[in-house]
Design a protein around this ligand. Structure first.
Ligand code: PBG
Ligand code: ZN
Length: 324
C-alpha cells in the first residue's frame, strides 16, 4: 500500500486531463481590438504588432469578417483621426472616424458587440488623455465634460458598451450621468479601473498614434508598484456606476486580477496589451518559442487568475488554434 498520493492518475492521457481541467479557453472569451483610420483604401500594418493593421472604413469589413468567422463576440474599437487639436474635437465629432466606423460596423454586423474605447489621447495634439494646463499638467475636472461628450457620441453612433481608459477621477460618474441624460440608461460602462502607467503600451501608441508629445502618463495612470490602491480604484468605479471592470496590463498584473476576482462580483476583464503581444510575436519570429503554446498558456493564466473575458490582439489566431 502506498503512502503517497498519485496525482499522475489524473494526468495519464488527454481524455482524463481534459475531464478534470479547471479552466478552458473559448473563442467566446475574447474581445478583439480594431483600429479604424481616416482615409480611403488603407490597410496599414502596425510595425511593432505583426498581424495588426489600421483599416479605413472601405476596407474594414475584411477584418470584421475574420472576427465574426472566428466566433469572437466583441470588438474594442479605436479611431485614428486625420486631425488633432487642443480640445480633442475628433473624439466627440458626430462624423468622427470612430463614430463612422461604429455606424458602419453596427449596420453590417448587428450582432457583434461594439465596445468603444473612450479617451482623448488619439485626438489631442499633446497626445495626453486629457486637457493640459500651461505647466503641462493634465487637468482632471476640465477633462470630464469632454469624456462625457465622447461617450454619449459613441453611444449615439451605436456602441453597445463604452470603456473609459483615461484614468481621470470621477469619469465614471460623469459619463453615467451624461449617458442617462441623453437617454442611454441601458448603455453599460466597462471601466479601465486598474490601469497602470506601463511600458507595455508602447506598440499600441504606434498603432493608435497616441504617444504623449511630452512627459508621461504617470500623473493619471497607476504606479505599477501598487495593489491596494488598485482595489480602491475598482471600488470607487463601481460606486460611481461602472458595470464591468478591466485590469490592464495583464501578464505582470495577475495578482491584481486574482485579488479583484476575490473581492468584486462583477464581470472582470483582462487586457492582454500590445507589448505582451509584441514580445510573443518577436520571440516566435525568431523561432525561440512556440507561439501557439505560449499564447494559449498565457491566456489560460489570465482566466485562471479570474478574468471572465480577455481583450487580446491574439484573439483571431487563438480562436483558430482552439478549433484545431
Ligand atoms: C488609450 C489607451 C491605451 C491603451 C488602451 N487605450 C494607451 C495608453 O494608455 O497609453 C493601451 C492598449 C495596449 O497597449 O494594447 N488611453
Ligand atoms: Zn488615452
Amino acid at each position: 500500500m502506498s503512502s503517497f498520493r498519485r496525482f499522475r492518475r489524473l494526468r495519464q492521457n488527454e481524455a482524463i486531463r481534459s475531464f478534470v481541467r479547471e479552466n478552458e479557453l473559448h473563442a467566446s472569451d475574447f474581445i478583439y481590438p480594431v483600429f479604424a483610420v481616416a482615409g480611403k483604401n488603407m490597410k496599414v500594418p502596425v510595425k511593432s504588432m505583426p498581424g495588426i493593421c489600421q483599416y479605413s472604413l472601405d476596407r474594414i469589413d475584411e477584418e470584421i469578417d475574420r472576427v465574426v468567422a472566428a466566433g469572437i463576440p466583441a470588438i474594442l474599437i479605436f479611431g485614428i483621426p486625420d486631425h488633432k487639436d487642443d480640445v480633442a474635437s475628433g473624439a466627440y465629432d458626430h462624423h468622427g472616424v470612430t463614430q463612422e466606423a461604429i455606424r458602419h460596423i453596427k449596420e453590417r454586423y448587428p450582432d457583434l458587440i461594439i465596445i468603444a474605447d473612450v479617451c482623448l489621447c488619439e485626438y489631442t495634439s499633446t497626445g495626453h488623455c486629457g486637457m493640459v494646463d500651461k505647466k503641462g499638467y493634465v487637468m482632471n475636472d476640465e477633462t470630464l465634460p469632454l469624456l462625457t461628450k465622447t461617450a454619449v457620441s459613441m453611444a449615439e453612433a451605436g456602441a453597445d458598451i463604452v470603456a473609459p481608459s483615461d484614468m481621470m477621477d470621477g469619469r465614471v460618474a460623469a459619463i453615467r450621468e451624461g449617458l442617462d441624460k441623453a437617454g442611454f440608461m441601458l448603455t453599460p460602462i466597462l471601466s479601465y479601473s486598474a490601469k497602470f502607467a506601463s511600458a507595455y503600451y508602447g506598440p499600441f501608441r504606434d498603432a493608435a498614434e497616441s504617444a504623449p508629445k511630452f512627459g508621461d502618463r504617470k500623473s493619471y495612470q497607476m504606479d505599477p508598484a501598487n495593489s491596494r490602491e488598485a482595489m480602491r480604484e475598482i471600488e470607487d468605479d463601481l460606486e460611481e456606476g461602472a458595470d464591468m471592470i478591466i485590469v490592464k496590463p495583464a501578464m505582470a498584473y495577475l495578482d491584481i486580477m486574482k485579488e479583484a476576482r476575490r473581492r468584486f462580483e462583477v464581470p472582470l476583464i483582462a487586457y492582454n496589451v500590445s507589448g505582451e503581444y509584441a514580445m510573443i510575436k518577436a520571440a516566435a519570429q525568431n523561432g525561440w518559442i512556440d507561439e501557439k503554446r505560449i499564447t494559449l498558456e498565457t491566456l489560460t493564466g489570465m482566466k485562471r487568475a479570474g478574468a471572465d473575458r480577455i481583450i487580446t490582439y491574439h484573439a483571431i489566431e487563438a480562436a483558430g488554434w482552439l478549433c484545431e
